[in-house]
Design a protein around this ligand. Structure first.
Ligand SMILES: [Zn+2]
Length: 138
């Protein structure tokens, strides 16, 4: 095997996941590692790149079903799915930045109650309501 081709255990280690996760991704049609004549899977550069794309999508909050939907979609549908996911990511980034600012302030805030502090009150007022639609099953 060339250096860029690995067995499932080594590929899993490189990706920081369990081997059964790679097999599951293959079972659900997201990965198609080539097979050696012996039947063993070979994780080549292309397969590893696809696995990393799945990891990026999962870290962005996509379920495996959504990743599969994205991979199978026609271009126009794919662009629509991507636009919706990017809007969701932008909301999450804003939420995280607000939470970070709030936590950063709280470290030095001398007020015992949020409503006593203008900065705490201002940050809390910027929080948007939670959305039930963001809690999608994976
Ligand atoms: Zn404060």
């Amino acid at each position: 095997m060339p250096d860029t081709e690995m067995r499932v255990g080594d590929a899993a280690a490189v990706l920081g996941i369990a081997a059964h996760v790679l097999r599951h991704w293959e079972d659900v049609g997201l990965l198609r590692p080539p097979r050696l004549p012996s039947g063993h899977r070979v994780y080549d550069g292309q397969t590893l790149a696809q696995a990393r794309m799945i990891q990026i999508c999962q870290r962005a909050g996509l379920s495996l079903a959504e990743v599969r939907e994205l991979a199978a979609a026609e271009r126009a549908d794919r662009l629509e799915i991507i636009a919706a996911k990017r809007a969701s990511i932008a909301e999450q980034v804003a939420d995280l930045e607000l939470a970070d600012r709030f936590l950063s302030h709280v470290v030095t805030c001398a007020h015992p109650v949020v409503s006593d502090c203008n900065e705490c009150s201002g940050l809390v007022a910027r929080a948007r309501p939670s959305s039930l639609s963001r809690a999608r099953p994976s």
